[in-house]
Design a protein around this ligand. Structure first.
Ligand code: ZN
Length: 334
């Protein structure tokens, strides 16, 4: 292998001669799924149908099974890899390395017999993610790839979230809206802070939460919104936290309850009022712009490719990496 890495027009992050990450690619025999978010499961059904070897962590397999229940992920179709474990294909070794993003999330490192190293970060937060050093080419996510996506505030967002929830619980049910993985992180934060009211949720959020518990997260006392105990708590506006997917924001908890949306898309203040009794709290599972630059600085790769498929900030991030760190960088696909 010469040190090859790119991002295809269909969003596959191609590493070396054999690996396609996070989207289908006809030519590559191995498919890696870095984590269970939908924009990283592109063409997974096709990868299964075409008999690709499919690699992911056990936690990611379990989460994908809930988020996209119709995929046939059993029957030996999927190979489960722990962090640090390698799979060989030809003269290449493929390794998954932990990424701090959602449960099960991984970075991908491919190294050949000649010592060429190429890698892909997947989605990540810089602080809890081990830098992949000495790479010839590093493919980096670019979600917050523009300098305007820098969080200037120094407040501990987790502490702020706990105090907001505690205060609002005095008036009854508090609704929390977010994406899969993030909701469970909020449960974990509240549980650690001894917020011990019941956590009520619909079935899919409940099943994702149960998988997080099976993989070691401690989330608290979980109840289904469809069963009597949970339903009564919500209907009578009693103190509990109701967790719903962001998609339910326009249809749930609209009758005078306190509402909190957790989202990374906020950069000026850790908390902002967005409705009559609704606030947005800036809890992110991605690095902001400064975190992306810091991660690349720590890795010191020879070249960088930014993922310009999943967001449109890849071009800006590539330009800033070259300008600030002196490392050649391009955005792909163009
Ligand atoms: Zn993600």
């Amino acid at each position: 292998m010469s040190a090859k890495a790119s991002v295809s027009d269909r969003g596959a992050v191609l590493l070396g001669n054999s690996v396609a990450c996070d989207a289908f690619d006809e030519a590559m025999p191995l498919r890696v799924v870095t984590h269970a978010h939908a924009d990283h499961l592109v063409g997974l059904r096709q990868s299964l149908r075409c008999g690709k070897r499919i690699l992911m962590t056990a936690a990611t397999r379990d989460l994908v099974g809930v988020v996209n229940g119709s995929l046939p992920l059993d029957e030996g179709a999927v190979e489960l890899l722990d962090y640090g474990e390698t799979v060989a294909y030809g003269d290449e070794q493929v390794k998954l390395v932990k990424a701090d993003h959602i449960l099960g999330a991984a970075q991908v490192l491919v190294e050949d017999a000649g010592g060429n190293r190429v890698a892909y970060t997947g989605d990540f937060r810089v602080d809890g993610t081990e830098p992949l050093t000495d790479c010839d080419v590093l493919v980096v996510e670019a979600t917050y790839g523009s300098p305007s996506f820098s969080r200037a505030f120094k407040v501990d967002v987790r502490e702020l979230l706990v105090s907001m929830v505690e205060k609002r619980l005095r008036h009854g049910t508090v609704y929390v809206f977010g994406y899969h993985g993030k909701l469970q992180e909020v449960m974990q934060i509240l549980h650690r802070a001894d917020v011990c009211v019941p956590f009520v949720m619909p079935e899919r959020v409940f099943r994702v939460s149960k998988i997080c518990e099976q993989h070691g997260m401690r989330l608290g006392c979980l109840a289904l919104s469809t069963e009597k105990e949970g339903k009564d708590l919500i209907d009578e506006n009693l103190p509990c936290v109701a967790f719903y997917h962001m998609n339910a924001r326009k249809s749930v908890g609209l009758l005078g309850s306190s509402r909190i949306c957790v989202s990374g898309w906020e950069f000026h203040s850790p908390c902002r009022q967005i409705g009559e009794r609704e606030h947005l709290v800036a809890l992110s599972d991605h690095s902001d712009f400064n975190g992306l630059i810091e991660y690349v600085r720590r890795c010191k790769p020879k070249r960088v490719v930014t993922d310009n498929y999943r967001v449109s900030h890849g071009v800006t991030l590539a330009r800033e990496i070259t300008k600030r760190l002196g490392i050649p960088a391009v955005a792909m696909p163009r």
